[in-house]
Write a protein that binds this ligand. Structure first.
Ligand code: EPU
Length: 331
């Protein structure tokens, strides 16, 4: 890292909790990524405050990691401090459930269902943590985090000293795969409160099983990936020219696949004939075009080379710019 002095400060503060030269492929679902100079699990808000304060004073870059389900780390790793959020408490209170940002989203869905709280069954099939899901307004099968979030508590590390702040959903500026937290990296999510409604817990379980089955049927699950590599294309953002292109390119069939106002990138990749396409050990899934798989030993360079081929093809064939959904660190 930058210097032994900075490193020593972090060692003094966190002792054996601080891992050095920690391979990030261990901490991402993609199983890709070189080492983080320093890595620690933050189990309390105080851990986060201390880590960020020391890193900031020492001029060390820091990165907040959730479940690593939507993150691609570069092959050279990250010359800074990775703070993995490990606040994992889940508390049911009436019709609400509050979960620490590091709670696994599927565990929150299970706990809610067990307590007879309905409205979050779809999230049983979401990978990653609830903090990451809130930050990215994750969603599937017609639901999104914004539909159930009542409030989010954050640590504002931009203020000195860092302060907690309670934010109602309306203040979080949720949109498709976006929130205010992506714009304000110094606001670190501590916990998320969902407002659900009472139901029979057996029916919740049945609904969860159906969502899991649907995901298994439509998406690959036997090889590491980061979920969908790209965001779907929001139709409202397409120019008249691009719409015209799309109409001709697909002979009008695009209308049959639009959902939630989006044109699925999986479908675009399918239409471009790129499923199964491979660079090194990264391959576009045969089952779902928006999933890039690590066949074993894929590098971030492989994934990005493949990603760029897809983006170039989409631009050339359709005049559409597609954007990465996956969060990138050091690449
Ligand atoms: N399609 C194809 N070929 C493909 C893939 C999809 O023709 O290879 C077609 C399907 O037949 C369907 C349409 O595209 O008509 C939509 O496909 P799907 O239902 O699989 O949904 P998606 O838009 O591709 C989105 C989310 C997923 C989420 C699913 C299920 C994004 C980028 N993806 O995928 O989220 O699980 O809906 O609701 O918004 C993720 O964000 O990482 C993710 C996996």
């Amino acid at each position: 890292m930058h210097g032994t002095q900075q490193l020593q400060q972090l060692r003094d503060a966190f002792g054996s909790k601080l891992l050095e030269q920690e391979p990030m492929q261990r901490h991402t679902n993609f199983r890709v990524g070189g080492p983080a100079a320093c890595y620690m699990e933050a189990r309390t808000a105080e851990d986060i405050t201390r880590a960020v304060t020391i890193a900031r004073e020492a001029g060390v870059p820091w990165f907040v990691l959730g479940g690593g389900s939507n993150t691609l780390v570069g092959d050279a790793g990250f010359d800074g401090l990775v703070i993995q959020i490990a606040l994992r408490d889940i508390v049911v209170d009436g019709d609400r459930i509050r979960a620490g940002a590091g709670a696994i989203t599927a565990s929150v869905a299970l706990e809610a269902g067990r307590a007879g709280l309905s409205g979050f069954e779809w999230a049983i099939s979401l990978p990653g943590t609830i903090g990451g899901a809130a930050r990215g307004n994750a969603g599937c099968f017609g639901s999104e985090m914004k539909d159930v979030i009542e409030r989010v508590r954050v640590l504002d590390t931009g203020s000195s000293p860092p302060q907690t702040r309670d934010m109602e959903a309306a203040a979080c500026d949720f949109h498709y795969r976006r929130s205010i937290f992506k714009e304000q990296p110094e606001w670190i999510i501590l916990d998320v409160t969902l407002e659900l409604h009472r139901a029979d817990s057996v029916l919740c379980r049945v609904a969860m099983d159906q969502f899991l089955e649907r995901r298994r049927r439509t998406q690959p699950h036997d090889k590491p990936s980061a979920g969908c590599l790209f965001k779907n294309v929001e139709l409202y953002a397409l120019s008249a020219d691009a719409m015209d292109h799309l109409e001709r390119f697909s002979a009008g069939t695009w209308r049959g696949v639009v959902h939630d106002g989006q044109l699925p990138v999986g479908w675009i990749i399918d239409q471009l004939g790129m499923k199964g396409h491979r660079v090194g050990n990264a391959q576009i899934s045969e089952k779902h075009g928006n999933f890039t798989l690590n066949l074993g030993g894929a590098t971030a360079a492989d994934v990005l080379a493949l990603g760029e081929q897809v983006r170039t093809s989409a631009r050339n064939a359709l005049g559409i710019d597609i954007e990465y959904e996956v969060q990138r660190l050091g690449c």
